[in-house]
Design a binder for this molecule. Structure first.
Ligand code: CP
Ligand code: NVA
Length: 308
């Protein structure tokens, strides 16, 4: 007998690796339904969500605010100067206070460890809105986009060209939970940490493989080329050394020409002229605004499952 899918109700959403394959499948199915207008419940009716941002945000903030409103809830958005986690009070004290006011927290924190500490101290669901280590909400939207474009995740060959940090982590975890084949191309010294690879392996019974390379090779049968900024939020001081390290990793038309069957993906914001050229991001194979749009539906599905 097949065991029922374990509910996500009341859980935190820190990483994709917290899900199993069937939970992820259910979440994506619901997101497609919501986008198609076939699901219109209001599980957040009468509920209030706090959003904490230690870094700037456009997509994450707006898509959560709109999604929460559409699900019947309301929000308070707090930026760096408001809460000052760990400065005005400890993370644990802040979590315990928020618990008394709100029904859940979306947090974009500089440090992943701080997010884990916040989630541990909070009795309410905590959702990762990006950390230095991962960005699972973005990749939920990316999976939705890949399914819309290709019909299925099976057989997708995604080549991520860029920094082995937060986007790479969540893409690696997604590939372990789906039938996507992933290659991560990064300059030497900017590869994903081995702990990320090990964790992905652990969620797929030790069989998961991701190809890690420093060379942009084997693009001919790629179905998606994905990139991200060379200098992430908080790394601005290293911008010049990063530009030098990544200068041969730009996704330009010559790279896209080597992948004739591939769409172009980017989490945004893009630093045009660095990791991607205008020609590629504005080109007919670019799905970047579809990815941004799908943040809304992916997160509505996520919150519907955490708060139903
Ligand atoms: N992709 C993404 O998370 O965008 P923001 O940083 O604007 O939220
Ligand atoms: N790697 C980028 C992702 C932005 C959505 C950053 O952390 O700034």
């Amino acid at each position: 007998m097949i065991a029922p899918v374990v509910s996500l109700k009341g859980r935190d959403f820190i990483d994709l690796a917290d899900l199993d394959r069937r939970q992820l499948r259910q979440l994506l199915d619901l997101a497609h339904e919501i986008k198609a207008g076939k699901w219109s419940k209001r599980p957040l009716q009468g509920r209030h969500i706090a959003m904490l941002f230690q870094k700037p945000s456009h997509r994450t903030r707006v898509s959560f605010e709109v999604g929460i409103a559409r699900l019947g809830g309301s929000t308070t958005t707090l930026t760096e100067n408001d809460v000052q986690l760990g400065v005005r009070e400890t993370i644990s004290d802040a979590a315990k206070v928020l618990d008394r006011y709100v029904d859940g927290v979306v947090a974009r924190l500089r440090s992943h460890d701080d997010l884990v500490a916040l989630a541990r101290a909070s009795e309410k669901p905590v959702i990762n809105g990006l950390t230095d280590r991962s960005h699972p909400c973005q990749v939920l939207a990316d999976l939705l986009t890949l399914e819309e474009v290709a019909g299925s995740l099976a057989g997708q060959r995604v080549v991520y060209i860029g920094d082995g940090n937060n986007m790479a982590t969540s893409l690696i975890e997604a590939s372990a939970l789906t039938d996507i084949t992933l290659t991560v191309v990064s300059p030497a010294g900017y590869e994903p940490p081995s702990a990320v690879i090990e964790r992905a392996r652990s969620i797929d019974s030790g069989t998961h493989t991701v190809t890690l390379t420093n060379e942009i090779t084997n693009l001919d049968n790629a179905t998606a080329i994905y990139t991200d900024v060379w200098t992430s939020m908080g790394q601005e001081r290293d911008q010049e050394s990063r530009r030098r390290a990544f200068m041969h990793y730009q996704v330009n038309q010559a790279v896209m020409d080597r992948a004739p069957g591939a769409i172009f993906m980017h989490c945004l914001p893009a630093h045009r002229g660095e990791e991607v050229t205008d020609e590629v991001i504005d080109g007919s194979r670019s799905v970047v605004f579809q990815q941004a749009e799908n943040r809304l539906y992916a997160q509505m599905a996520l919150m519907a499952q955490l708060f139903s």
